[in-house]
Design a protein around this ligand. Sequence first.
Ligand code: ATP
Ligand code: MG
Length: 222
Amino acid sequence: MSNLLKVSQLTKVFDPTTIPIEAVKDVDLELHEGEITVITGRSGSGKSTLLHLIAGLEEKTSGNIKFKDNDYDELTSSKITELRRTEMGFVYQFHYLLNEMSAEENVSLPLLLNNFNMNAAIESSRNILDLLGLSHRYNHKPSELSGGEKQRVAIARSLVHSPSLVILDEPTGDLDSSTSEEVINSLKNYVKDKKACLLIATHDENFKKISDQTLVIDSGII
Ligand SMILES: Nc1ncnc2c1ncn2[C@@H]1O[C@H](COP(=O)(O)OP(=O)(O)OP(=O)(O)O)[C@@H](O)[C@H]1O
Ligand SMILES: [Mg+2]
């Protein structure tokens, strides 16, 4: 199976004026097309930081990241942004939906950023919302949605532009167990259909059951 992402000896030290925090320490990781990778580790062990580094949302301190043989060190920040926009979907731990926009408009954003017209973007967004059991919530704003519904809108937004790498930070934290299983099944089907790659920080045992590899990280204060 071909290699989509390769992380070598990746380290991130947050350096506030007081005590430096080694949030990510010497992480090695390879992701292959069609595979699901789970990251676990106690709270504060660096899971979110690692995901942000991989998505190019945070600058590393040392080590190396290659996405489809593109070395981040050799890319400008606008190239990394373009890579993220076209090739990656990201679900933040705290979902970050835009409050003034409806569910379908929130989901459309990645397509609009990739120059789709509004009608096509809304149609694709509705299809993904249907897949995640939200056909009855197209026009609801985040303040009118439950925690689990917001989480599913954020997942829909991460899939709508058919990315090759989907990065999810605790995606099922607000879901009851049967909804969580349904969401996991949709994600599993997505990976199979698109030969995509899923990288998930989670404590959800249901994800561990379907994962191809699990990385346990545990770093801390220097
Ligand atoms: N911007 C920042 N500046 C300084 N320290 C930070 C920053 N962001 C994160 N940290 C620290 O880095 C460490 C790792 O944080 P991170 O959010 O990656 O952990 P996590 O494994 O995702 O935790 P959780 O399971 O609670 O979400 C923590 O000790 C955190 O306090
Ligand atoms: Mg986190």
